[in-house]
Design a binder for this molecule. Structure first.
Ligand SMILES: CC(C)(COP(=O)(O)OP(=O)(O)OC[C@H]1O[C@@H](n2cnc3c(N)ncnc32)[C@H](O)[C@@H]1OP(=O)(O)O)[C@@H](O)C(=O)NCCC(=O)NCCS
Length: 146
């Protein structure tokens, strides 16, 4: 059975192989995760399936705005609702922190992520041309209210 719980520093070593596999050259380092967990205004969660971490996600909350920092699901566990569960967990955390909107940036060509966000009530509010490099655009998406 899948469940979510807060990410702890001892989870970082476990999620690093997933991070590298999913994000390649743009993967965060362990130090970046440590830095995120050390901040007071972050909410990081992991999804576990039978005690195995299959995904994780993080939120920055500075009311009235929250920002999705990352969301990732292991390749073998994708398309089973884990990403949606993680995103919903972040949205709940945003509301709890009295954020009234949630923003995120996503590569325009990341069809599965864009589909997930649209399905969860995010609208495209801007396109940043070349944000990730030549010809690689970012979409800024917003869900309001959180
Ligand atoms: C984006 C990502 C987090 C989605 O996680 P997931 O667990 O596979 O997504 P879910 O199973 O919860 O899917 C929820 C909905 O999103 C949409 N979706 C997800 N994957 C999709 C795909 N490959 N094609 C089309 N729609 C997709 C669907 O609407 C889906 O609902 P449905 O299965 O009922 O049709 C996952 O693909 C991932 O980790 N990708 C690599 C890392 C990444 O790109 N992260 C986002 C950076 S901004």
């Amino acid at each position: 059975m899948m469940r979510t719980r807060p990410m702890r520093w001892w989870d970082i070593a476990t999620i690093m192989p997933l991070e590298t596999d999913l994000f390649g050259s743009t993967a965060w380092s362990p130090a970046q995760f440590w830095g995120e967990l050390a901040q007071g205004n972050r909410v990081y969660v992991v999804a576990e399936d039978e005690a195995e971490i299959v995904g994780y996600a993080g939120l920055l909350c500075i009311p009235p705005t929250a920002d999705v920092q990352t969301i990732a699901v292991a390749s073998r566990a994708q398309r089973r609702g884990v990403g949606r569960a993680l995103l919903q967990e972040l949205l709940t955390a945003a509301r709890r922190a009295e954020c009234t909107e949630v923003l995120l940036e996503v590569r325009a060509d990341n069809a599965s992520a864009v589909a997930l966000y649209a399905d969860e009530g995010f609208d495209m509010i801007a396109r940043r041309s070349g944000y990730y490099g030549p010809g690689e655009d970012a979409l800024v998406m917003r869900r309001r209210p959180a």
